[in-house]
Write a protein that binds this ligand. Sequence first.
Ligand SMILES: [Zn+2]
Length: 264
Amino acid sequence: MKGKSWREYEPPRKQKKRHRRRKRGLQARLILAFVLFLLGYVGFQMYFHYSKPYMVGLDAGHGGIDTGAVGIIQEVELTERTTAKLTKLLKEDGRFRVVLSRDAGEDKSITDRNKLFQRAKPDLVLSIHANSGEEASAFGFECYPSPPGKTNYEKSLVFAQYIAKEMEAVGARLRGTDGVRFGYYVPDAAGNTTKLLLDSTDTQIYDYDTFGMLKNMNCPAVLVEQCFVTNQQDVDEFGTEEGCQKAAEAYYQAICRYLEEKEG
Ligand SMILES: [Zn+2]
């Protein structure tokens, strides 16, 4: 009997019980580890979901040698001014991260800006432009969401409607039925394209290209024509420092509304 451990004298039934207890203890620990892992995973996901800043892609139309439309002011003055003010508002809010398609003064092709957004993957895209007319009497605000049939059409439309409503609230005169329109480039036999602009009531799907900044976007995207740079009242109201600030605040409100109501 010398040299043998006490376990060997343990009755077999007791030994079995002890094994079972040990097995159960191991199972409990595994379950606990799994539950802790699950809680950690869910917690991380929730943290990631709720704390991830919402990324807004801002595109100041034209730039560099491309001044855009020229009227009482240059279109590019308006687009850069408004973009800078909107960037500031979004950054101050704390919930947003801003990605710009180009720097102020920079001349960058639409293809390159579009690619930049494709890579950066913003949650929302706003491209800022201004209109011009042959007649100085042409006026008003309009915006273009990704049109019917294109990716993110529905969400883009909702975002555009928010923008038009906010612009109307600060005094913009909406063009068309509600300030929201669809834009297409229609090719002809000679290889030229003409712009086709339709009111948002025309929800037919056309197999035409839309504006370059709205093409193939992975998120809702809207292009705004803030006002007519060829119309004095428009420029006074939405082209000056104060006017661009007013427009930037309207876009900011629309982005907040979209984020709160549409994305939840
Ligand atoms: Zn433009």
